[in-house]
Each structure stands twice: as C-alpha cells, then as structure tokens.
Design a protein around this ligand. Structure first.
Ligand code: NAI
Length: 461
C-alpha cells in the first residue's frame, strides 16, 4: 500500500502528537507513526505515571502524620501494587485522551515502526507513505545502563524507570544511581513506601543542575526521611547476584559498598536515532540529531523535535518544538523558541522548580547579579499547610531589575514557577512582578516578597 500525507510524524510522544495536533489545526493532512502507545514515554512510562505514584507517596507521608491535624486513622497499610495499579489507570486514561485528540484533529495514526527513507518517505511494515511537505522525527529517548562498569539493565535486579513503574511491590532496599530528576523522584516514591533507599550521585550534590541552595534543601529533607545520600560518589563496579546487587562506590577517595535488592538506573537517557543516519540525517557527537534554526535536519524536508533533537529532554520543550515546526511547515509566522526560558521541575517533596540562570551559572559567566530571597517559614499559607520547607529565590540584574533566574523549592513549586516564566518571556522586571497584587494567603506571595527583597523592601521578614 502507498499513501500520501502533507506531514508524516514518526513518534507519538509529547513532541510528535502535539506537532500533529497543530498540523491538523493548520489544515495539513497529517499522519503519526507510533510503535507503542500514543503519548510516548511521558504518558506511558514517564511524567504522568510517576506523578500518580508521587501523589500516592504524598498521601502516604501525609497519613503518617495526620493525627497532628486532628485526623487519626487506623493502622497504615502501604500497598505499592495498588499505587501502581492506580498509576496505570491514570496513564491509560491519558493515552486514550491522546487517541481522542488525534481523531478530533483528523490525524491518521499508523501503528508500527517507521523507517525514514530519502524522498520524504516513511516505510511502516511493508507499506510506503510519502510526505508532500515534511517528515518530522520525534522518536524520543530511552533508558540506559552503564555497561562499562557492569551495570547493564537486566530488568530484574538492575532496573530502569520502565520497570520501576510496574513493580508489584516495593523492594526492601534500592540503590538509585543518579540523582537528577528521575533518581530523586523515585527515591521519594520508594522511601514513602518503606524501601531503604540509597541515592548515589557522581557530582558533588543531588539535583546538580539546580541552584545549590535548592539541592541542599531537598538533601536535608531527604535525610530527615532517612534516604541515604552519597554525593561525589562514582559507582566503579557492580556485582550482580540473583536476588541482590553489590555496588563498589568511590566517595572522596574511599571505597564503600552498597548492597541492595535492586538498583535503579537513573543516570541519563539515550536518544533513539536508529536508522536515521542511513536516511542522510546527521547526528552530533552527543547523539542528538543536527538541526538548523527551523529544526530542519541535514536532510531537506525532514525536521526533528523533542528529546532526540537536543537538550533539555523535557516533555514541554518537545511540545513547544512540535508547535513551532508545524507552523514552519505550514508557512506560518512563528515565535522563536526561547531555550533559555524553559522551566525545569523535579516533583519530589518539596518540589524544585527553576528557570533561567542559577547563582553558580552567573558566577561562572561573570554576570553581575543581586539576589532576593524569601523563606517559606515566613509564609502564612505554607505554615497553615505545614509545608514550610523551601524558599523563593530571584536572581536579578542589579541595574534594571531584569529577572535572570528564579529558583523555587516549595510544595507547589511546579505551579508557582510559571509566574516567573511569563515575567521573563515578557521581560518584566522584579518591580513589575511585585506590583501585581498577590492573593493572601498563598505560596505565591513568597514570589512577590522575593522580588521585594531584591529591592531591599521585603515586608514579612
Ligand atoms: P539527568 O541527566 O538529569 O541526571 C542523571 C544524573 O546521574 C546526573 O546528575 C549525573 O551526574 C548522574 N550520574 C551519571 N553517571 C553516574 C554514575 N556512574 N554514578 C552516579 N551518578 C551518575 O538524567 P535523568 O534524571 O535520568 O533524566 C533523564 C532526562 O529526563 C533528563 O533530561 C531529565 O530532565 C528528564 N526528566 C525530567 C523529569 C521532570 O521534568 N520532572 C522527570 C524525569 C526525567
């Protein structure tokens, strides 16, 4: 069979399916090729099911101390299997939602593995599909182990997030290798369900991409909950047994061993680029597809979006690229993507959210800055809900008050960061952020106070 579309998108994750929706809105006949379920890693084995599990862990932690708030419950039973079941239902619902969106926007879904060929052709099984206008690569990324030190994912004792999301029960002990977003979120989840967690990070601090104060605050919170953190710790060797794994870890020149029932690999992901080079699509030395300013690859008429197109590997970055590329293909006027204004969120407790530069980055780049900070211990809403761990920190330019970066550690940091994303997108100053009246009592008042603090006018400390 052979069929023609204006646009053929390979990969139905948050980059690919959003691109398809926008193409549909712009009147382009569009197909999405997907070998698994619509929604990709995000909906099926990433953002969405982990957030459902994090909700379960939040409930577990809340119930453990609920009598303080006047609600005493009986014996607490932690049932990880039930939490997994709930997370799978949420995930299914979301994937069905994407199916509905494809129908609504008249996008054809082609099940199978798409092989891109010259001449804007995509082969799926024995069928050849041709794109009149463009092919879009949105093939995403996958989990990876560290084979060089014997840490290959075997799906039983050495697992990745893919397996962790289907475990019938929480292991008695778990070593998590890598304390980025994936590692920190899973450390949070399993700790709440009674697993003895050791979090191992090669760099000097957990969440190394975040501002150092954010890392320190989460580190303290994790330690309070008895998560064992090893920082500046490289795994040198792994001894994989039938029911446990022993890791040899070098920390500050000393060798320590960690034995756990399972090891969860969270040391980064690899891009899915199979077959692309054969189609004339060049890949850079880090494994990302090379693109120009319009996200067009080295093969004319073939575009690339999402994780496989470059960092940061975030669903919302991929979705924005999907919209952008659809508009480029349709010949619409587009808004350039501001890669320096993409929020980053880790949904541990407290949550960590950031945008723009950290203090360390300012120092490294020799950028002059001033800091405004407000601790949640002085925020009424945070006190009322007993969630006072954290702060809002705004890094501003000393002269005009431009917001260079913002860092929030708070129970709802993921929701709060967007005020600063909008401010930065529109080049509002700290004075303009503060001028907007913030409702009381809200955690967002801490943003206005941090802005005020950066002008030496803080009210509540
Ligand atoms: P990552 O690259 O963010 O973090 C991996 C961590 O592992 C790094 O801190 C690295 O220093 C450490 N590491 C590497 N090798 C190690 C070793 N041998 N021993 C100890 N530590 C080692 O990757 P991660 O967390 O796996 O996430 C993958 C991608 O998915 C990232 O781009 C991340 O931002 C994204 N993601 C985003 C989420 C969110 O927005 N909440 C949630 C999950 C993932």
């Amino acid at each position: 069979m052979s069929k023609t579309f204006d646009v053929i998108i390979v990969g139905g994750g948050p980059a690919g399916y959003v691109c398809a929706i926008r193409c549909g809105q712009l009147g382009l006949s569009t197909a999405v090729v997907e070998k698994e379920k619509l929604g990709g890693v995000c909906v099926n084995v990433g953002c969405i099911p982990t957030k459902a599990l994090l909700h379960s862990s939040h409930v577990a932690n809340l119930v453990k101390k609920s009598s303080k708030y006047g609600v005493t419950v009986g014996d607490i039973q932690l049932d990880f299997g039930a939490a997994i079941k709930n997370s799978r239902q949420v995930s299914e619902q979301n994937s069905k939602g994407v199916e509905f969106l494809m129908k609504k926007n008249k996008v054809t879904v082609i099940p199978g593995t798409g092989q891109i060929q010259a001449g804007k052709k995509v082969v799926v099984g024995g069928d050849v599909y041709t794109a009149n206008k463009a092919v879009v690569v949105a093939t995403g990324s996958s989990v990876k182990g560290i084979p060089a030190i014997g840490l290959e994912i075997n799906k039983s004792t050495v697992i990745s997030s893919d397996e962790a999301l289907f475990l019938p029960e929480a292991p008695a002990s778990l070593a998590v290798v890598g304390a980025g977003a994936v590692g920190s979120e899973f450390a949070e989840i399993f700790n709440a369900f009674g697993t003895k967690v050791t979090l191992i990070e090669a760099l000097p601090r957990i969440l190394p991409l975040e501002d150092s104060e954010s890392s320190a605050t989460v580190g303290r919170s994790f330690k309070k909950r008895k998560i064992d953190i090893m920082q500046g710790a490289s795994v040198k060797k792994a001894d994989i047994g039938a029911n446990s794994v022993t890791l040899e870890v070098e920390v500050n020149g000393n060798t320590r061993t960690v034995t756990a029932e399972k090891v969860l690999m969270a040391a980064g992901r690899k891009t899915n680029t199979e077959g692309l080079a054969e189609a004339g699509i060049q890949i850079d030395e880090r494994g990302f597809v090379k693109t120009d300013a319009n996200l067009q690859t080295t093969s004319p008429g073939v575009y690339c979006i999402g994780d496989v197109a470059g960092p940061p590997m975030l669903a919302h970055k991929g979705s924005r690229e999907g919209v952008f590329v659809a508009e480029v293909i349709a010949g619409e006027k587009t808004h350039p993507i501001r890669y320096d204004n993409i929020p980053s969120v880790t949904y541990c407790s407290p949550e960590v959210a950031s945008i723009g530069l950290s203090e360390d980055a300012c120092k490294k780049q020799g950028i002059e800055y001033k800091v405004g900070k407000f601790a949640l211990t002085a925020n009424g809403r945070a006190r009322a809900s007993d969630e006072t761990e954290g702060f809002v920190k705004i890094i501003r330019d000393p002269k005009y008050g431009e917001i260079l970066g913002a860092h929030i550690v708070a129970s709802h940091a993921s929701e709060m960061i967007h005020e600063l994303a909008v401010a930065r997108e529109n080049e509002y100053t700290v004075a303009e952020v503060e001028l907007a009246v913030h409702a009381h009592p809200t955690l967002s008042e801490a943003i206005a106070e941090a802005a005020l603090d950066s002008m030496d006018r803080v009210l509540h400390t």
